[in-house]
Design a protein around this ligand. Structure first.
Ligand SMILES: Cc1cc2nc3c(=O)[nH]c(=O)nc-3n(C[C@H](O)[C@H](O)[C@H](O)COP(=O)(O)O)c2cc1C
Length: 350
């Protein structure tokens, strides 16, 4: 048995399960594990405050991470770039990384997915080096995160190859829109029925995968579920937050790059809740460089084990996750349960 979809065929993967990017953290080991298990591993836009302090450039970090991936797996994988105007290195990213892929035959074969987010869907397609990479015979596909229907429309207008339809229940970086994955997925599938779609935000089980596929998506992407895995690079204390937590244990707070969904702790309870888009944008515009660095330090504190005063990015799907497993088990379990659910649903048809 198996689940073959437009996305598994497009990306050359066995299972319709994709790793959601989780920058600024490192997800290289996770990428390798997810790709080896038949899903699509995705390198995050990684760069911790300590990296910046020691003069490391996120573009160089991405190059190193890509080389590490192809050293440990021959399976397909992808990478994320956040294209926000606030991302100092976004332009260098979209110029240098496609060039880097083009110059390495293994990367050219294995790097099949570029996901942009948190900014314009045009930044990558407008890059000459990305166009050259596509023309050079690479199978790389460009997806952009769409957190609302009007943003999905913009992605389609930018000629993306596919959409990552991400609802507000998801962990970490969020949009101002606060639409749930369930509603958003239906809106997007109705308006853009031919568009390849990866559903994201709130997925952690076979039931979720079966629902997404039934609604017309070709795969799901998961962040929080993969944090709580043996292979992820997150600190044990961070991972251990997940199994006992309830779906109600996260809050949306103000972040430097838009709203972020965090686990409820000392840090998140002392940060403002998002009121509306205008107030949020004014607040962000007033943020100083020191505020941004302080937020980055709070991310890194949590990632390295301080889950009390650090910023612990997680989604409502933590209410569905009861254990820390290895990636192969997580993926196989989800696929098997999804198959059962889909068969049961099919049997309802008379
Ligand atoms: C720790 C963490 C970091 C994240 N960082 C990013 C990021 O750098 N870029 C991005 O597009 N999304 C980011 N996200 C959002 C995820 O890609 C994805 O949308 C989210 O995890 C989906 O919800 P789930 O956690 O319920 O699976 C992050 C999420 C988490 C949990």
């Amino acid at each position: 048995m198996g689940l073959e979809t437009n996305i598994t065929k497009m990306l050359g993967i066995k299972h319709p399960i994709v790793a959601a990017p989780m920058g600024p953290f490192y997800t290289t080991e996770l990428t390798i594990a997810v790709s080896e298990a038949g899903g699509l591993g995705v390198l995050s836009h990684s760069a911790l405050v300590s990296d910046y302090m020691s003069g490391r450039n996120p573009v160089d970090i991405m190059k190193e991470n890509m080389l590490k991936v192809i050293e440990h797996t021959d399976k397909p994988f992808g990478f994320n770039v956040r294209t926000s105007r606030r991302e100092t290195y976004a332009q260098q990213f979209v110029k240098d990384i496609p060039q880097f892929i083009m110059e390495n035959q293994r990367l050219k074969e294995q790097c099949v997915y570029a996901i942009t987010s948190a900014g314009s869907s045009k930044t990558l397609p407008q890059s000459k080096s990305f166009q050259k990479l596509k023309e050079s015979g690479s199978n790389i596909k460009h997806f952009h995160v769409a957190p609302a229907l009007w943003l999905a429309d913009k992605c389609v207008a930018s000629n993306v190859d596919g959409l990552v339809v991400t609802g507000g229940e998801g962990g970490g970086h969020q949009s101002y829109e606060k639409v749930s994955t369930l509603v958003l997925l239906q809106q997007v599938m109705e308006k853009h029925p031919e568009m390849p779609v990866i559903a994201c935000g709130g997925f952690a089980t076979g039931e979720g995968l079966a629902a997404a596929l039934s609604m017309g998506a070709g795969a799901i992407a998961m962040g929080s579920r993969f944090i709580a895995s043996k292979e992820s690079e997150f600190h044990e204390t961070y991972k251990n937050v997940v199994p006992p937590s309830k779906a109600q244990d996260t809050v949306l707070v103000t972040g430097a790059l838009g709203p972020i969904r965090l686990w409820r702790n000392e840090y998140s309870l002392h940060h403002g809740l998002v009121a509306d888009k205008e107030a949020k944008m004014a607040e962000e515009a007033a943020m100083s460089q020191e505020d941004i660095i302080a937020e980055g330090k709070a991310y890194e504190a949590a990632y390295t084990g301080d889950t009390n005063s650090g910023a612990v990015l997680l989604g409502q799907s933590i209410g569905l996750i009861n254990s820390i497993e290895n990636i192969k088990n997580i993926i196989e379990d989800i696929v098997q349960n999804a198959e059962k659910r889909l068969k049961n649903a099919y049997n309802l048809i008379k």
